[in-house]
Design a protein. Structure first.
Length: 181
């Protein structure tokens, strides 16, 4: 199986744009149904990010698949074609994964003000209610006034709970310096 993701250009009309003219990333591998033991955790995470998709949960044989990626190819444009080594796109399972729910709950209960500042600083969004939805090794997803998920990138990959904390503090300090100075 091959899954290709195309870059979009701001302001371009998708019907006028040739997707093969821009950058794209292809993931090649095998697709399989998510193991029944993982399914509930995957569903919970997915529907937390995309609650409007929940209506598909029990209809039309809606399922979750896992892509076991074997190779990755990046095409940046004419003549810029590269196979990416597996070491460049694989990550170890983060140590914080089992405590993600606790981290998210803590942020939502105790640090909504910090997340409001981060949203305002990075995206210019002044929200009354901001909630953390999930974490990834390279950032976190927030919802601002029940918006669609907003991705907040970290400056570095996070592998431990301490590194998650350090990146969130760094984002908060940057936002405070920029907005409250």
């Amino acid at each position: 199986m091959c899954l290709t993701v195309f870059s979009g250009s701001e302001g371009a009309k998708s019907s006028d744009e040739d997707p093969n003219a821009g950058a794209r990333l292809s993931l090649l591998g095998d697709a399989s149904l998510i193991d029944v033991n993982e399914k509930e955790a995957i569903k919970k995470r997915f529907f937390k990010l995309y609650p409007e998709s929940n209506r598909y949960n029990d209809v039309h044989d809606f399922e979750f698949f896992k892509l076991s990626t074997q190779r990755v190819r990046f095409i940046g444009g004419f003549g810029d074609i590269n196979w990416i080594s597996k070491g460049a796109w694989t990550l170890p399972t983060p140590e914080w994964l089992d405590s993600e729910e606790h981290i998210v709950q803590h942020m939502n209960e105790d640090h909504e003000d910090a997340m409001q500042l981060i949203c305002q600083h990075i995206f210019g969004i002044s929200a009354k209610h901001v909630a953390m939805l999930t974490l990834t090794p390279d950032g976190c997803f927030l919802s601002a006034d029940q918006s669609k998920p907003i991705f907040i990138p970290f400056a570095n990959l996070v592998h431990s709970g301490l590194e998650v904390r350090q990146q969130l503090i760094k984002l908060t300090h940057a936002a405070r310096e920029a907005l409250l100075a």
